[in-house]
Design a protein around this ligand. Structure first.
Ligand code: ATP
Length: 272
């Protein structure tokens, strides 16, 4: 039997993106080549406006490249969207206020015709996965920001995607909740085996979460450097890793990569 290899989770080749605006053309991305392995955690970091969200939106087929190609698990980004190969979460949880936690998590399953019994079983699993068992029947306005984000993550995972796309999902949370959510996300990613592409402004967040940190240069966004992290397996990355010497070394490596990019000083990147 010939061994079958799992296709790369994300493969971007020569991706350029130019927006036409009233003020003229804005080159948001230029010559992006990026591969994300199955189960790998990648963060995109770079100065404000360098095209991080644009790249994520192109991977999600919410926007299309001006040139170049993106494949998700060996198919076009468009086909991957139709096949629900990825889940997506943004800075705002975007929950329906009139639905409970379970109702919000069940939504994508309802939309895709999953029957009631299977749906209920899957929602139970997801509620447990994100640790919201005691809050299953609460409405979004009865939850903290961190809990709302956990509902959004559960909803993104509803259809067992092998890829999660996340655009600053913890950006609106206080620092303690944010650190807690980072540890939770690592646990969830390890449990589900999903690859993650994560946009952030925070160097420590990128370092803590990632297998590799993709450092982008200011507009037009290019990949300035890809910094491999050496912090051990994601599932073993405990909370106190943030006090470890290796953690600070990795922060320095990413900072140097950011400053090495042709910039006069990166705006919009947090070092806290
Ligand atoms: N729909 C659009 N029309 C015109 N220009 C756009 C559009 N979307 C993004 N841009 C421009 O493309 C560039 C990249 O934007 P993008 O939001 O991807 O950057 P970003 O790195 O995610 O920024 P931030 O860190 O501030 O969120 C910016 O100059 C932005 O103004």
């Amino acid at each position: 039997m010939t061994p079958t290899s799992t296709p790369t989770a994300v493969s971007a080749r020569g991706v350029d993106k130019t927006f036409s605006t009233k003020q003229g053309e804005v080159v948001a991305l230029s010559g992006i080549d990026l591969d994300v392995a199955p189960g790998e955690f990648i963060s995109l970091i770079g100065p404000s406006g360098c095209g991080k969200s644009t790249l994520l939106r192109i991977i999600a087929d919410l926007d299309s490249p001006s040139s170049g190609t993106v494949e998700v698990f060996g198919t076009s980004a468009h086909q991957a969207r139709l096949d629900q190969r990825y889940g997506i979460a943004f800075q705002q949880a975007g929950l329906l206020p009139w639905r409970t936690v379970t109702g919000n998590i069940a939504l994508p399953l309802e939309l895709h015709g999953v029957g009631p019994a299977e749906r209920a079983a899957r929602v139970d699993e997801l509620v447990a996965l994100v640790g919201l068992g005691d809050f299953a029947q609460k409405f979004p306005d009865q939850l903290s920001g961190g809990m709302q984000q956990r509902v959004a993550i559960a909803r993104a995972l509803a259809e067992k995607p092998a890829l999660l796309l996340m655009d600053e999902p913890f950006g609106a949370l206080d620092e303690m909740t944010r650190e807690y959510m980072q540890t939770e996300l690592l646990r969830i990613a390890a449990e589900t085996g999903a690859a993650v592409v994560f946009v952030t402004h925070s160097i420590p967040e990128a370092v803590y979460l990632s297998d590799r940190v993709v450092v982008m240069s200011p507009r037009p966004g290019r990949i300035a450097d890809i910094v491999p992290m050496r912090l051990g397996r994601a599932a073993d990355r405990a909370d106190d890793l943030r006090e470890d010497g290796a953690f600070f070394e990795m922060i320095t490596a990413v900072r140097e990569a950011l400053h090495g990019a042709p910039v006069t000083g990166p705006r919009g990147v947090e070092t806290r």
